[in-house]
Structure formats: C-alpha cells, structure tokens
Design a protein. Structure first.
Length: 484
C-alpha cells in the first residue's frame, strides 16, 4: 500500500468517525440493536505486593475503573452490562515532564467525561457501532481536558482508548445478555449492520466486503492456553538477589514461581538504553530458568522480550539479538517474539523500519497500535506481528484482530496487570482469536488482592498449576464476567 493511500484513508476515517452518529441515525435500526439507558462508574485502588519496572519507570499501585451500564432493546427488554479495566497511566500516558498524579488525574477526569458522553448517547446500534460513533467525542474530550488542565503533554490517543475500554466492555456485556449469548456469538451479519469493509475503509476495503469478524474470530474459546509470566526489570531472579522478603506466602524468586505455577513462558522486561545490561538480563533469566526447568524435566520453554519502545533505534535491537545469539544460542532460540522496541509514534519515526530485525524474530506492534491505520503503517515498516490488548477496547480488537488474522501476522495478547473481570476479558480475547499463542496474566504476581473472590468462580483462570490457563469455560453470557 502506498503512502498516499494511507493518508487518504486517515482523512476518510476522520470524516467517517465525526459523522458516526449521523450514519447510525440514517440506518434503520435492527431488531437486535440496543440503546444505552444509563452509565455508572466506581473505582478500586490497590498497592502492588512488589513494584514493577518497565519502560524505565517503576509502578507501585493500580486503580481499576469499573463501569456498569443498563441497555435496552427495541422490544423494551433491558440488561445490565459490566466492564472493568485498570487506569494504567504509567503505560498509557507516560511522561518525563509530568508526575504520576498529574497524568492519573487527567485520566480520571477523562473517565468522568466519557461516562457522561456514553450515558447521554441514545441511538440504537451494535456495541461496535456505538463505540465507533462515540470515539471521536472521546478524543475531543481528551483534547479539551488537556487544554483545561494546561497539561505540558496532551492526553494521547492510547490513553483515551484505555480509559474508554471499560465502557466499551460494558456495552458488549450488555448486548450479549440482551440476547442470551456470549459476546463472541454476536460478531456476524445477523447482529452487525456493517461489514469489515465499513470499518477498514479505503485501506483495504475491497478485501473485506461481505466479511464480518466472525470469519476470523472463534465463537467458542480454545480449551487451554500457555500462560506468560512477567519478569520485570527489577524482579528478583534468585535468592541472593533478595534484599527484603515479602513473606506473604507467594513466590519471591523465578525458580519458586516456575515450580509454583509450572511455568514455561516468560516475558522479560528490558530497559532499551543499555545494551550490556539488556543482554545480560536475558542471559541471566535464561540461566536461572534453564536450571529450574531441567530440574522439572521440562524440555521446551520460551521467552518474549519487551523493551516498551525504549530502544533508540532498530540497530540497537539487531545488535542485542546477535549478542544474545552469540553468547547463548539456546537462549536465542527460546525467544518467541519481541514487543515494540522503538518509539510508539510511527509516523514521526519512519526511519525505524523492522525488516532486518523481523528476519531474526517476530517483532510486534504494541503501544503504537491505536487503530487499523496504525496496523497497516506498521506492516509498511516491517513489523511482523500484533499485540492485541483488551484495554484498547473490545470493539477495536474485533476489527484489528480480523485484519491481522487475514494478513497472517504473528499474534499475541498482552496484559495490563489486569485483575478480576479485566483478566477474564483479556483471557477470553486470547482464547477466541485463533492464532494467539499464549495468555499474559501477571495480576497473580503483583496484585493478587484484586483477584479475591474470582478464584472460586474461575479457578482455571486464577489458579495456575501446569503453566496453562483453562479457557474452556470462557463462554458465559455477555463478555463472560460479572462483578465479584
């Protein structure tokens, strides 16, 4: 696809989003459509049991946004929907110029405005269409809040998507409950007024005419999936690394976690600004994991590497991979993929093409993935994979996952230290997208208190013994989770 085509698409998509409500009003409502009757929100705050370091920043706390909605059908039936997601400003709105409190308060103010906008929207439609119509209003609200609060850096689109994701999840949950179905049974022509061509637009429209997400997304979940365990940049690997014991009954070293959960998949957080440290960190994790896995009799285990966009350039990544391969060929072979190594603003950093690095290992787009346009641009720049995230919105993920599946890209689902209902949504996303290889779920490591009450209801998701998650039962009505 040529650059001019992509720019044309961006203009058309902006116009389309801005006129979303008009398009929905012009279309005759379907009998299956729903309308939002009310929206309410609440927050839950937790301290991490141990800090997490990623992207050069240390995080010690989490605030979860819970959204309840009431929706009605054309026939007058009503249902309650629930959505939940952490307001992860450290990841969604990172800043070296503003404090954690400033960016968090901006995000919370945005959540309050999104609540008002969503609750006041009274057109009928499928949840994807409702979110499609509301998103430009959310983005405008973010811009207005940035100006009103005189933020040194404006609220980025990624932050707006994360803030809106719990609202979007509540809509999908309510829609499924209105029809007595799991939401993954509602992404076909019997429920959707528009095919994928409508959402993809001029980027790739001809290839999606008459196609819907249900062509690319499973209606029933996979039975089991491997679980990725997070090794943050400050996690203790061995007993000798511990300076202060947590003493809460949970593991405190990597071998302890491996034995406790039967782990075989490890996500390693790296700094991206020190080639020697990054390579030695991977080699250390590989050494410790290899010793522990061999004691267990495990033959195969894998790593993913996450630089959180901190590498100064692509050559840094290429040099890093060659360095790891030279010092540990086995460790290199165990690398399954690399997440977003360089800056998230792809448009500004067009020089960061991934072709050479992607020859060595799959390189997936993560922080940059804010829409189909970003996905297509990443493919132009050599990215070979996509990191799906529930925190970017169920609606968006259904469209993006469909496009990525069609292009046969490497697929993974990434976590946001999602506990409770948000983990159910994230795990369900991984289990319903055919080519996703594993599930990342690290709330059990860092904020187990937020999972209280969920273990008994979803033991296969929240209690891990053999390194895999039981996803066979992630087919309940709605999005699959109700408040604990």
């Amino acid at each position: 696809m040529k650059e001019i085509g992509r720019r044309t698409f961006l203009k058309s998509v902006t116009a389309g989003l801005a006129s979303g409500p008009v398009i929905l009003m012009a279309a005759a409502p379907r009998k299956t459509d729903m309308r939002i009757e009310s929206i309410t929100t609440e927050y839950q705050a937790y301290q991490y049991r141990v800090p997490i370091k990623f992207g050069g920043l240390v995080t010690t706390q989490i605030t979860i946004l819970n959204v309840n909605c009431v929706a009605s059908s054309l026939g007058g039936k009503t249902a309650k929907g629930f959505g939940s997601m952490p307001l992860a400003n450290t990841w969604a709105f990172p800043s070296r110029k503003m404090s954690f409190d400033v960016t968090f308060n901006a995000m919370k103010t945005l959540a309050e405005q999104i609540s008002k906008l969503t609750g006041s929207y009274k057109e009928y439609g499928h949840p994807i269409d409702l979110t499609w119509a509301l998103e430009p209003q959310y983005l405008k609200a973010a811009e207005e809040i940035s100006q009103a609060q005189k933020l040194v850096e404006p609220i980025p689109k990624l932050c707006t998507l994360v803030t809106a994701s719990a609202f979007d999840a509540a809509l999908h949950d309510a829609f499924g409950k209105l029809h007595g179905l799991n939401c993954y049974h509602t992404y076909g022509p019997e429920f959707m007024s528009h095919d994928l061509a409508y959402y993809v637009g001029s980027l790739d429209k001809e290839n999606y005419k008459g196609e819907y997400p249900n062509k690319y997304i499973r209606e029933e979940p996979k039975a089991r999936m491997p679980l990725y365990h997070l090794v943050s940049a400050i996690d203790t690997l061995e007993e000798s690394d511990i300076t202060h014991h947590v003493n809460d009954g949970l593991p405190e070293t990597l071998p302890q976690w491996i034995n406790y959960n039967g782990l075989t998949h490890f996500k390693i957080k790296l700094d991206g600004d020190d080639l020697k440290w990054d390579s030695e960190r991977v080699l250390s994790v590989d050494r410790v994991a290899t010793e522990a896995e061999k004691k267990r009799g495990t033959k195969d285990w894998v790593y993913s590497l996450d630089f959180n966009e901190r590498c100064p350039n692509v050559q840094y990544l290429v040099d890093f991979l060659h360095m790891v391969k030279e010092k540990s060929p086995g460790g290199f072979e165990r690398i399954q993929y690399v997440e977003q190594p360089t800056a998230r603003d792809l448009e500004t950093h067009r020089q960061n093409v991934m072709f050479e690095a992607a020859k060595l290992k799959p390189v997936v787009i993560d922080e940059s993935l804010t829409g189909v346009d970003a996905l297509m641009l990443s493919r132009e720049m050599g990215y070979s994979g996509v990191a799906l995230k529930a925190c970017k919105g169920q609606s968006a993920m259904m469209i993006i996952a469909s496009v990525a599946e069609r292009h046969k890209m490497f697929l993974c689902v990434q976590d946001l230290t999602c506990p409770g209902a948000s983990l159910i949504q994230s795990a369900s996303l991984a289990a319903h997208v055919p080519d996703v290889k594993a599930i990342e779920a690290n709330s059990r490591q860092f904020v187990p208190a937020a999972n209280k009450g969920w273990e008994k209801r979803f033991p296969g998701v929240f209690i891990i013994k053999d390194g895999t998650m039981d996803t066979s039962h992630l087919n309940g009505v709605g999005i699959g989770a109700v408040p604990a």
